[in-house]
Design a protein around this ligand. Structure first.
Ligand SMILES: [Zn+2]
Length: 327
């Protein structure tokens, strides 16, 4: 026979009484009061760790057990389940927090760390194949042949080549026209740099020195493997999001889509700008020319001339850098 020392309240007054509750067959007896209740009259409170259990007798009276005591009806499996769940819950919550922490880490720093780590490990052949494929699909969808004369194209390509006389050439300039992208230039991870007519037309300098700086900036993205890093980072992110939400369609990110939508981080833009400035300085060319072009791109932003350059939040600051470097 089980018995409990309980605190009894009659439900009419706030007086508490210490009494003994005895459990027999299918009734509980409140010995001191000479009352018995059938099990099926009882409302047995759920037993939670650290809190005393309450038994409601159905007539307004009730009792409170000692904190460590646990009363359960013969088939009170459910309350045992809640007790078990409560003790497991803290582990469940803990794992949830850890998982969330890992996810946040990967989405913020982790992806970048992984990208830095892997960027140099991805074989050049893979980078080239993916880039060629991206250029091919961009050619199909958004680009047309350039309207620049052969002479203009050769002038630009050879002028740019001269800036890197001592270096082996790890880039190739592709001249294109695109109403979609307007005045723009971008580099594929392979070193294929696409230069669009509208941007060339913006450079009023007869030596295309603004274009030289833009191309140097794009080459900077290639040198620092920014494109590769971006693709790795966005793949890691979409893989993780795919895992968390159970949808892996995000994994199908193509490099083409990346080129069109992604913006390099400010850090990458700064690195590429610094590279361009170094190249210009090394060749005694003023960075005034790139500042001029950027300024035009900025003021033409309302006409949606350039999606890529104009949407850059730190554009004013970058122009200032180029201007200051001139002095
Ligand atoms: Zn850039």
């Amino acid at each position: 026979m089980q018995s409990f020392e309980v605190t009894y309240y009659d439900g009419k007054s706030s007086n508490a009484r210490q009494i003994t509750l005895e459990v027999r067959d299918n009734v509980v007896l409140l010995k001191e009061l000479g009352i018995g209740y059938n099990f099926d009259m009882l409302g047995v409170g759920v037993k939670l760790k650290g809190t005393p259990q309450t038994i409601d007798f159905g007539d307004g009276s009730y009792c409170v057990l000692k904190t460590d005591d646990h009363f359960s009806l013969p088939n009170a499996g459910f309350s045992r389940f809640v007790l078990w769940l409560e003790s497991k819950m803290r582990y469940a919550l803990l794992s949830l927090f850890i998982l969330a922490g890992v996810a946040v880490f990967i989405l913020t720093y982790g992806g970048e760390m992984l990208a830095d780590l892997l960027a140099d490990k991805i074989p050049q052949s893979v980078i080239e194949r993916v880039s060629k494929e991206a250029l091919r699909s961009l050619d199909e969808e958004y680009f047309r042949e350039s309207n620049l004369t052969k002479e203009q194209q050769e002038h630009i390509a050879s002028s740019f080549g001269k800036l890197f006389a001592q270096e082996e050439q790890n880039y190739k300039i592709h001249f294109r026209e695109s109403s979609w992208f307007g005045a723009n230039a971008f580099a594929l991870p392979s070193g294929d740099i696409v230069l669009l007519d509208a941007l060339v037309k913006m450079d009023e300098d007869e030596k295309y020195r603004g274009i030289m700086a833009v191309l140097a900036h794009e080459k900077g993205h290639v040198e620092y493997r920014h494109g590769v890093k971006m693709v790795i980072k966005s793949s890691v992110t979409s893989a993780l999001l795919g895992y968390l939400v159970g949808d892996f369609s995000g994994l199908m990110t193509s490099v083409g889509a990346f080129i069109m939508e992604a913006q390099y981080s400010q850090e990458f833009e700064k690195e590429a700008d610094a590279y361009a400035i170094a190249v210009m300085d090394g060749n005694n060319i003023s960075t005034k020319y790139i500042a001029d072009i950027f300024e035009k791109l900025n003021s033409d932003a309302a006409d949606n001339v350039s999606k890529m350059f104009s949407s850059h939040p730190a554009m004013g600051e970058r122009i200032k850098n180029f201007r200051e470097d001139r002095e």
